[in-house]
Design a protein around this ligand. Structure first.
Ligand code: SF4
Length: 195
Protein backbone atom coordinates (compact mmCIF):
# COMPACT_ATOMS: atom_id res chain seq x y z
CA UNK A 1 0.00 0.00 0.00
CA UNK A 2 1.33 3.38 -0.98
CA UNK A 3 1.11 5.21 2.32
CA UNK A 4 2.70 8.56 1.82
CA UNK A 5 0.77 10.76 4.23
CA UNK A 6 1.85 11.46 7.71
CA UNK A 7 5.36 12.82 7.90
CA UNK A 8 4.14 16.42 8.13
CA UNK A 9 1.33 15.41 10.42
CA UNK A 10 3.51 13.64 12.95
CA UNK A 11 4.49 17.00 14.40
CA UNK A 12 0.83 17.48 15.27
CA UNK A 13 0.95 14.34 17.39
CA UNK A 14 4.27 15.08 19.03
CA UNK A 15 3.31 18.63 19.93
CA UNK A 16 0.31 17.58 21.98
CA UNK A 17 2.09 18.27 25.26
CA UNK A 18 2.49 21.95 24.40
CA UNK A 19 -0.60 22.89 22.49
CA UNK A 20 -4.12 22.88 23.90
CA UNK A 21 -5.67 22.27 20.49
CA UNK A 22 -4.15 20.39 17.63
CA UNK A 23 -5.42 19.60 14.21
CA UNK A 24 -4.44 16.35 12.52
CA UNK A 25 -5.27 15.31 9.01
CA UNK A 26 -5.48 11.54 9.27
CA UNK A 27 -5.27 10.60 5.64
CA UNK A 28 -3.88 7.87 3.46
CA UNK A 29 -3.25 8.31 -0.25
CA UNK A 30 -3.84 5.41 -2.58
CA UNK A 31 -3.15 6.06 -6.27
CA UNK A 32 -3.74 9.77 -5.62
CA UNK A 33 -7.10 9.14 -3.93
CA UNK A 34 -7.21 10.71 -0.48
CA UNK A 35 -8.80 8.39 2.08
CA UNK A 36 -9.91 9.84 5.41
CA UNK A 37 -11.87 8.59 8.40
CA UNK A 38 -14.96 10.44 7.22
CA UNK A 39 -14.80 8.60 3.89
CA UNK A 40 -14.47 5.27 5.71
CA UNK A 41 -17.56 6.24 7.71
CA UNK A 42 -19.50 7.14 4.55
CA UNK A 43 -18.36 3.89 2.90
CA UNK A 44 -20.31 2.06 5.60
CA UNK A 45 -23.30 4.39 5.51
CA UNK A 46 -23.86 4.93 1.79
CA UNK A 47 -21.60 4.52 -1.25
CA UNK A 48 -23.39 7.37 -3.07
CA UNK A 49 -22.69 9.70 -0.17
CA UNK A 50 -19.05 8.62 -0.21
CA UNK A 51 -18.79 9.35 -3.93
CA UNK A 52 -20.54 12.75 -3.72
CA UNK A 53 -18.45 13.86 -0.76
CA UNK A 54 -15.25 12.66 -2.45
CA UNK A 55 -16.08 14.75 -5.51
CA UNK A 56 -16.41 17.86 -3.35
CA UNK A 57 -20.18 17.98 -3.63
CA UNK A 58 -20.87 19.02 -0.06
CA UNK A 59 -24.37 19.99 0.94
CA UNK A 60 -23.98 19.49 4.67
CA UNK A 61 -26.06 21.99 6.60
CA UNK A 62 -26.37 22.85 10.29
CA UNK A 63 -26.85 19.55 12.01
CA UNK A 64 -28.54 19.23 15.40
CA UNK A 65 -26.63 16.01 16.01
CA UNK A 66 -23.36 17.90 15.72
CA UNK A 67 -24.60 20.52 18.20
CA UNK A 68 -25.75 17.85 20.63
CA UNK A 69 -22.42 16.06 20.32
CA UNK A 70 -20.66 19.28 21.23
CA UNK A 71 -22.80 19.81 24.33
CA UNK A 72 -22.25 16.21 25.46
CA UNK A 73 -18.57 16.68 24.88
CA UNK A 74 -18.37 19.90 26.90
CA UNK A 75 -20.57 18.75 29.77
CA UNK A 76 -19.28 15.30 30.47
CA UNK A 77 -15.74 14.95 29.25
CA UNK A 78 -13.73 17.72 30.82
CA UNK A 79 -11.02 15.35 31.87
CA UNK A 80 -7.29 15.26 31.63
CA UNK A 81 -7.08 15.20 27.87
CA UNK A 82 -6.22 17.26 24.85
CA UNK A 83 -8.89 18.22 22.43
CA UNK A 84 -7.76 17.63 18.88
CA UNK A 85 -9.48 17.62 15.54
CA UNK A 86 -9.11 14.74 13.18
CA UNK A 87 -10.80 15.32 9.82
CA UNK A 88 -12.55 18.29 11.41
CA UNK A 89 -14.02 16.05 14.11
CA UNK A 90 -13.42 16.96 17.72
CA UNK A 91 -11.76 14.09 19.54
CA UNK A 92 -10.33 13.67 23.02
CA UNK A 93 -6.81 12.47 22.91
CA UNK A 94 -5.42 11.05 26.15
CA UNK A 95 -1.82 9.98 26.63
CA UNK A 96 -1.23 7.38 29.31
CA UNK A 97 2.45 6.52 29.33
CA UNK A 98 3.32 5.45 25.82
CA UNK A 99 -0.24 4.53 24.95
CA UNK A 100 -2.65 6.94 23.32
CA UNK A 101 -6.40 6.75 23.80
CA UNK A 102 -8.61 8.46 21.29
CA UNK A 103 -12.10 9.04 22.56
CA UNK A 104 -15.10 9.68 20.40
CA UNK A 105 -18.44 10.66 21.84
CA UNK A 106 -21.53 9.27 20.17
CA UNK A 107 -25.17 10.01 20.77
CA UNK A 108 -26.42 6.54 19.89
CA UNK A 109 -25.33 3.20 18.46
CA UNK A 110 -27.37 3.65 15.27
CA UNK A 111 -24.24 4.02 13.14
CA UNK A 112 -22.16 1.64 15.20
CA UNK A 113 -20.44 -0.19 12.32
CA UNK A 114 -19.54 3.08 10.57
CA UNK A 115 -18.33 4.69 13.82
CA UNK A 116 -16.16 1.69 14.66
CA UNK A 117 -14.70 1.55 11.14
CA UNK A 118 -13.84 5.25 11.31
CA UNK A 119 -12.14 4.82 14.67
CA UNK A 120 -10.27 1.75 13.39
CA UNK A 121 -9.03 3.86 10.48
CA UNK A 122 -7.59 6.39 12.94
CA UNK A 123 -5.93 3.56 14.90
CA UNK A 124 -4.56 2.20 11.62
CA UNK A 125 -3.24 5.64 10.69
CA UNK A 126 -1.56 6.01 14.10
CA UNK A 127 -0.12 2.49 13.99
CA UNK A 128 1.52 3.22 10.63
CA UNK A 129 3.29 6.05 12.43
CA UNK A 130 4.38 3.79 15.29
CA UNK A 131 1.90 5.12 17.82
CA UNK A 132 0.38 2.56 20.16
CA UNK A 133 -3.24 3.64 20.33
CA UNK A 134 -6.59 2.36 21.48
CA UNK A 135 -9.98 3.79 20.59
CA UNK A 136 -12.80 4.41 23.02
CA UNK A 137 -16.37 4.99 21.91
CA UNK A 138 -18.31 6.85 24.60
CA UNK A 139 -22.11 6.75 24.64
CA UNK A 140 -23.00 9.13 27.50
CA UNK A 141 -26.75 8.96 26.84
CA UNK A 142 -26.60 5.16 27.04
CA UNK A 143 -24.08 5.18 29.89
CA UNK A 144 -21.81 2.92 27.88
CA UNK A 145 -18.14 2.87 26.96
CA UNK A 146 -16.61 0.53 24.37
CA UNK A 147 -12.93 -0.04 23.74
CA UNK A 148 -11.84 -0.53 20.15
CA UNK A 149 -8.50 -2.23 19.52
CA UNK A 150 -6.96 -2.66 16.09
CA UNK A 151 -6.35 -6.38 15.71
CA UNK A 152 -4.73 -7.93 12.58
CA UNK A 153 -8.16 -8.77 11.09
CA UNK A 154 -9.29 -5.16 11.55
CA UNK A 155 -6.10 -3.96 9.96
CA UNK A 156 -6.71 -6.20 6.94
CA UNK A 157 -10.33 -5.06 6.79
CA UNK A 158 -9.25 -1.41 6.92
CA UNK A 159 -6.82 -1.96 4.06
CA UNK A 160 -9.55 -3.66 2.03
CA UNK A 161 -11.89 -0.76 2.73
CA UNK A 162 -9.23 1.73 1.62
CA UNK A 163 -8.90 -0.20 -1.65
CA UNK A 164 -12.69 -0.35 -2.09
CA UNK A 165 -13.07 3.37 -1.37
CA UNK A 166 -10.48 4.13 -4.01
CA UNK A 167 -12.43 2.08 -6.57
CA UNK A 168 -15.70 3.81 -5.70
CA UNK A 169 -14.17 7.30 -5.84
CA UNK A 170 -12.56 6.60 -9.23
CA UNK A 171 -15.72 5.01 -10.64
CA UNK A 172 -19.05 6.52 -11.66
CA UNK A 173 -21.51 7.69 -9.06
CA UNK A 174 -23.26 4.73 -7.39
CA UNK A 175 -26.99 4.92 -8.07
CA UNK A 176 -28.79 6.28 -4.97
CA UNK A 177 -30.94 3.72 -3.23
CA UNK A 178 -33.57 4.65 -0.65
CA UNK A 179 -32.65 3.78 2.88
CA UNK A 180 -33.70 4.84 6.36
CA UNK A 181 -30.96 7.42 6.80
CA UNK A 182 -31.85 9.28 3.56
CA UNK A 183 -34.41 11.40 5.43
CA UNK A 184 -31.59 12.83 7.56
CA UNK A 185 -29.02 13.11 4.77
CA UNK A 186 -27.98 16.47 3.31
CA UNK A 187 -27.90 14.88 -0.18
CA UNK A 188 -31.53 13.78 -0.11
CA UNK A 189 -32.81 16.41 -2.55
CA UNK A 190 -29.84 15.84 -4.82
CA UNK A 191 -30.40 12.09 -4.90
CA UNK A 192 -34.16 12.05 -5.25
CA UNK A 193 -35.14 15.43 -6.68
CA UNK A 194 -36.99 13.89 -9.64
CA UNK A 195 -39.23 11.66 -7.50
S1 SF4 B 1 -29.82 10.64 0.34
FE1 SF4 B 1 -29.63 8.46 0.74
S2 SF4 B 1 -28.82 7.62 -1.18
FE2 SF4 B 1 -28.45 9.82 -1.23
S3 SF4 B 1 -26.41 10.10 -0.39
FE3 SF4 B 1 -27.81 10.33 1.30
S4 SF4 B 1 -27.95 8.33 2.22
FE4 SF4 B 1 -27.08 8.06 0.19
Amino acid sequence: MNNEAGKDNDCGLNDLEDRPETSIHAEVFLDSVRITGVKVNYYHICKTKLWLFSHNITLEKGDDNVALGKILHEDRYKKNSKNITIDGISIDFVKTGKRIEIHEIKKSKKMDAADRAQLLFYLYYLKKRDFDAVGVLNYPLLNKIEKVELNPEDEDATEREIEEIKKIVLGSMPVPAHKKICSRCAYQEFCFCGE
